[in-house]
Design a protein around this ligand. Structure first.
Ligand SMILES: Cc1cc2nc3c(=O)[nH]c(=O)nc-3n(C[C@H](O)[C@H](O)[C@H](O)COP(=O)(O)OP(=O)(O)OC[C@H]3O[C@@H](n4cnc5c(N)ncnc54)[C@H](O)[C@@H]3O)c2cc1C
Length: 452
């Protein structure tokens, strides 16, 4: 079975590793950029994603670049506590939550793809232009690539990248929020949808706060500050490297793009948070200490009625880009790849399927339908919850009911209501501890033994 993946982001690379684990061998990943660099700042891998990485044999490597947060604590804009819950192993999961640097994690996955699947698996400088015969069982990926980066591609006489075609049984669009495959399937959709908030993301080395492993969120739906450590406490006594996200409704007329690499000055952002010096964290001081601050509009995409077209389907942000509320984007992309590989292996193993084109096409159709049935409704619900602020709704409720602060949060929001908001999100996102701990593995029974 020949599988083409467009995009070597977290979703595409995790899909390649999942398909390989499930027994597939003819997998090529085409990536638009000419060099993979450690871009972005921190992301969280929630226990449901760490489970999949563990079952892919990556637990130790990922743990070596991550920090398991002990708690997630919500505060209002005066630093008063609203809700706090243990995370990962401390919350009863069999797998930890890990805060990692997005770029380091992406490079780790890329190295592992090259080690397991072969050094030519990821073809850099190769952009998916579109898929010929998108609605059929015989998709053909149309790719534009530079000879310098994709050894086998000839350049056009004028030095421009030449387009070439790759016929495959399955083409997976893992090409992110600006997906070419999605645009082809939905030509009238337009760009990402912006909710009017601006995010500023950065990392900073600052004095350790709380227990050195707590992820905090302070504020409300209009203005918010989130931070979590990216190094384990004790690595540098008294200091920690934090990832932070400052968020605020944008003034009129701001240019909305979804560019992750747009650096801005700290000064104006520090001033927006000037009053946010809590006795447990000095927010303006964190912003002032940032190595670099990236500005990004809070954008997502509307839920789609269909992801699969013949032998082609979408995963990750290409399928369901969502706001970072709930820290679920990368985790959901990883689960997509594992689910797709699981169904493909269940439908497409066996000698008849491997040699007969018609049997293969039937197996792909059934597998992609099962993948979409598992993942599309779940991610659509999650997308809707992130638009309602996800678990961060507790911060907005506290603000709506007590904008000037409170003596005790339970005078404002009953404990049961707080608990139900936290539990409801976890159930929808597929990481309620009981459900996750008991769910069967997504490694197919037919998977070959794990190599070293
Ligand atoms: C540079 C960058 C920085 C980011 N930083 C953060 C961050 O700091 N925090 C955070 O929470 N999230 C960040 N994200 C988003 C986060 O990584 C995703 O939400 C999540 O990991 C889902 O990943 P994905 O693989 O579906 O999409 P992405 O991570 O967006 O990966 C898509 C990949 O496809 C490639 N691509 C795009 N178009 C094509 C094409 N036509 N043909 C071939 N390849 C193509 C892209 O170059 C990219 O490598 C970032 C994304 C990017 C691309």
């Amino acid at each position: 079975m020949k599988i083409v993946i467009a995009g070597a982001g977290i979703g595409g690379l995790a899909a390649a590793l999942s398909l390989h684990r499930a027994g597939f061998r003819d997998i090529t990943v085409y990536e638009r950029v000419r060099e993979l660099k450690p871009l972005g700042v921190g992301i969280n891998l929630l226990p449901h994603a760490v489970r999949e990485l563990t079952e892919l044999g990556l637990a130790d490597e990922v743990a070596s670049i991550g920090v398991p947060p002990s708690r997630l604590s919500y505060y209002n804009r005066f630093g008063q506590p609203i809700w706090s819950e243990p995370r990962g192993l401390d919350a009863g999961y069999r797998w930890p939550q890990l805060s990692v640097h997005r770029g380091e994690f992406q490079l780790l996955l890329a190295r592992e793809v090259e080690r397991r699947l072969g050094p030519d698996t990821i073809r850099l400088g190769c952009r998916l232009v579109g898929v010929e015969h998108l609605e059929t069982d015989s998709p053909v990926a149309r790719v534009a690539g530079h000879a310098e980066f994709a050894k086998f591609v000839r350049e056009g006489g004028d030095g421009r990248p030449e387009e070439f075609e790759v016929a495959a049984d399955v083409v997976i669009g893992a090409d992110g929020i600006h997906s070419a495959m999605r645009a082809q399937a939905y030509p009238d959709e337009g760009g990402p949808v912006w909710n009017g908030l601006i995010l500023w993301r950065g990392t900073a080395t600052v004095p350790t706060y709380l227990d050195g492993r707590t992820m905090i969120m302070a504020g409300d739906g209009e203005q918010k500050f989130v931070s979590y450590p990216l190094v384990a406490p004790g690595a540098d006594a008294g200091a920690t490297r934090l990832n932070f996200i400052a968020e605020r409704r944008a003034p009129e007329g701001v240019d909305e793009t979804a560019d992750w690499n747009h650096a801005v000055d700290a000064g104006p952002i520090e001033r927006l948070f000037a009053d946010w010096s809590f006795d447990w964290l000095d927010v303006p001081a964190v912003i002032a200490a940032a190595d670099e601050i990236l500005e990004y509009p809070m954008v997502d995409r509307n839920a789609l009625p269909q992801w699969t077209f013949g032998g082609s389907t979408l995963i990750g942000d290409a399928a369901h880009a969502m706001y970072p509320n709930g820290s679920n984007g990368a985790s959901q992309a990883i689960i997509d790849g594992r689910t797709l590989a699981f169904h493909l292996a269940n439908e497409a193993s066996g000698p008849e399927v491997s040699t007969d084109a018609e049997a293969r096409a039937g197996a792909v159709r059934r597998a992609l339908a099962a993948y979409e049935a598992d993942r599309r409704p779940t991610t659509a619900r999650l997308l809707e919850m992130t638009r309602q602020l996800g678990p961060e709704k507790v911060m907005q409720l506290a603000y709506d009911r007590a904008p000037e602060g409170f003596a005790d949060i339970h005078d404002v929001i009953p404990a049961e209501e707080l608990q139900e908001i936290a539990d409801g999100y976890k159930r929808t996102a597929g990481f309620h501890p009981a459900a996750l701990n008991e769910r069967a593995s997504l490694t197919p029974e037919s998977a070959p033994p794990m190599a070293d």
